[in-house]
Write a new protein. Structure first.
Length: 398
């Protein structure tokens, strides 16, 4: 098994603790960091844990292993699948200031034989926890981030060697740089000019055209474009959470979707008045349809574009975190089915009631699944005055 050098792991820990958490500012002393990691990521977890301590902050650990997850779905009864430790979860949310998850699947398809009904039933039990976490984030009292630790199983699924897989991680995250924090800050500054330009435009509708795709999205009131804020490392996307009601048309996704320990290939979706009315896939179509049957998972929660000039990812990685930030020749576009991001609200999220979120078309769901297309595309917007303007073409923002 390939293990990155101490210098690479140290830089990775610095990026996550001194930059990604805190929205690009890092953690502060005496803050509580909930560090969750898959067991193969132990070498990185140790460096991250040490950096948290060096910053005079407080780590809380949770270690995941695929063997336990697989056993759970094989053995648990319905009442165990839906069990929610309410008091424990409430206390945890009240305690932590940051969440960090180090992903490292030994086998991306480890739940291939699991009953999808059980997976989605267990998924429902996390709804209240998600709400509490979102509420705390909306109040500006918590930040989160994700990153990836490569494994032989992930490299195999991507069709490259483990060394090549890690080379892509290192390049994408600036881990071989003499000052990776400086590089990330510069990238964020470069992206801010595009976000500012988009957010100054009075956009009414977004029109996406590419292979087997002709999709209209209603942006909605009080929306803004966000991204490159430390929530994911790496992150090169600029995204928004539109009003789900106004999504119409069809979209094709050429990148495979790895979800719930399975792979879904060549996805076609069709929307009418905001809801998915047709879902097709060449592989695991039934899983796709069952996923969409979850509460509000038939609605859009996110629309995103990645500029190929920003992205340092050039290979398929068989992992959504990297694949949704793919650059390549045409950049990428992706949508998420399920929950919306409240930080795409142009205003103070703390002042918005639950009913107002609903009226504005912000979707709430236990699901949030990003599905990616890397085919050449043109994205045009229609402004409130009816003027049309191309904002994205040839893999980059115009």
């Amino acid at each position: 098994m390939f293990v990155p050098s101490k210098e690479i792991l140290r830089n990775y820990a610095l990026v996550m603790i001194d930059f990604a958490l805190g929205g690009g500012t890092g953690i502060k002393e005496k803050e509580v960091v909930y560090l969750q990691f898959d067991y193969p990521a132990l070498p990185l977890a140790l460096k991250v844990y040490k950096r948290i301590l060096e910053k005079d902050a407080y780590p809380i650990l949770k270690i995941n292993d695929e063997a336990f997850s697989k056993l759970f779905y094989e053995t648990a009864k319905d009442h165990q699948l839906t069990f929610f430790p309410k008091k424990y979860s409430r206390s945890l949310v009240d305690t932590i200031d940051h969440r960090l998850y180090l992903m490292a699947d030994r086998d991306p398809l480890y739940l291939k034989g699991a009953d999808p009904r059980k997976i989605f039933l267990a998924n429902q039990s996390s709804r209240l926890l998600k709400k509490w976490l979102f509420d705390k984030e909306d109040k500006g009292k918590m930040t989160w981030s994700l990153c990836l630790y490569g494994t032989p199983g992930m490299a195999k699924e991507a069709g490259i060697s483990e060394k090549e897989y890690w080379d892509e991680i290192i390049r994408a995250c600036f881990l071989d740089s003499s000052d990776p924090l400086k590089d990330w800050r510069q990238l964020f500054n470069d992206a801010n000019s595009i976000k500012q330009k988009l957010n100054q435009m009075p956009i009414n509708k977004i029109h996406l055209r590419s292979k087997d795709t002709d999709l209209w999205i209603n942006l909605g009131e009080k929306r803004k474009f966000n991204g490159l804020d430390g929530r994911n490392i790496p992150s090169f996307e600029i995204f928004t959470s539109p009003d789900w009601h106004g999504t119409n048309g069809k979209i094709y996704f050429d990148f495979p979707l790895y979800r719930y320990g399975n792979i879904i290939k060549n996805i076609h979706l069709e929307f009418k008045n905001g809801r998915v009315v047709l879902a097709r896939a060449d592989k695991n179509e039934n899983l796709l349809k069952q996923m969409i049957k979850q509460k509000n998972a038939d609605k859009i929660g996110e629309f995103s574009l990645t500029d190929k000039r920003f992205s340092r990812i050039s290979k398929f990685m068989a992992n959504t975190l990297f694949d949704e930030n793919f650059g390549g020749s045409h950049g990428n576009a992706h949508i998420a089915l399920g929950s919306s991001y409240h930080d795409c609200f142009q205003g103070d999220p703390k002042m918005v009631t639950k009913k107002q979120w609903q009226d504005l078309g912000y979707n709430e769901s236990p699901e949030h699944t990003d599905i990616i297309t890397t085919t050449s595309r043109t994205v045009e917007v229609v402004l409130l005055n009816g003027v049309k303007k191309i904002i994205y073409q040839d893999g980059k923002y115009c």
